[in-house]
Design a protein around this ligand. Sequence first.
Ligand SMILES: N[C@@H](CCC(=O)N[C@@H](CS)C(=O)NCC(=O)O)C(=O)O
Length: 222
Amino acid sequence: MIPVFGEGRGFRVVWLLEEMGLPYRLRPVDLLAGVENDPEYLAINPAGFIPAIRDGDATMVESIAIMEYLIARYGPTRLAPDPHDPAFPAYQQFLHLGEAGLAASIYFVVVSRNLAPESERQNWGARKALEVFENRLGLVTRQLARSPYLAGEAFTAADISVTYALEFAQRTGAAALGASEEAYLARTTGREAYIRAMEVCQATKAWAAEVAASRSSRAREA
Ligand SMILES: N[C@@H](CCC(=O)N[C@@H](CS)C(=O)NCC(=O)O)C(=O)O
C-alpha cells in the first residue's frame, strides 16, 4: 500500500497508480490551511510542498520523478515505451515538458495573479512565465497534429504529465487552449483510470466542479 500525500500534482501520481492497478491510499494535505499546521506531513517533506509518496523506507517528492520511480519499480507497463522503442524519445521529452515547461511556468502565473499584492500581479516574472508556457504549448500542438497522444498512437505517462498541466491552465483561466488540445483532453480525461482518480481526489473534483459551474453560469448570463 503506497501512501500518496497531497493532491495538486499528486493527481498525476494517483492517476498513474490507477492506470497501473497498484494499491495506494491518498492522504490529503491542505496547503490552504497552512502546511505548518500539519507536522505529520512536514516530517515526510520538510520543504512542505506536495505531492510526496512513501514506499517502504523510501520517501520521494517531485511528481515526475515519482512517476518514473513507480514505472521503473513496478513496471513494465504500456504507460512507458521501452527505451529502444521509436516512441521513447517523444515520451521522455513530453513526460518532463509537462512539468518543467508547462506546469511549473503556469503555476507562477496563477500564484502571481491570485496571491501577489495587487501592484505585483502583472510582474515581469509572471509575464515571462506565461510566455514560456505558451511557447512550450506550441510543441504540444505540433505533436498533436501528428498523433493522438504525445508519444504516438498509444496513451503513456507523458500524457498524464501534460494533461495535468493543461487542465491546471484551463481551470485557472491562466491560458487559452486550442481546439486540438481540447480534443486531446477529452481523450485523456475520458479514461476510466482518470475518472477513478478524480473520485479519489475529492478536492480536485470539487475544484473542477466549481469551475464548470461558474463557467456555465457566466455562459447563461452572456
Ligand atoms: N515540481 C514539483 C512541483 C510541486 C509543487 O509546486 N506543488 C505545489 C502544489 S501542486 C505546492 O506544493 N505548492 C506550495 C509550495 O511550493 O510551497 C512536482 O512536480 O511535484
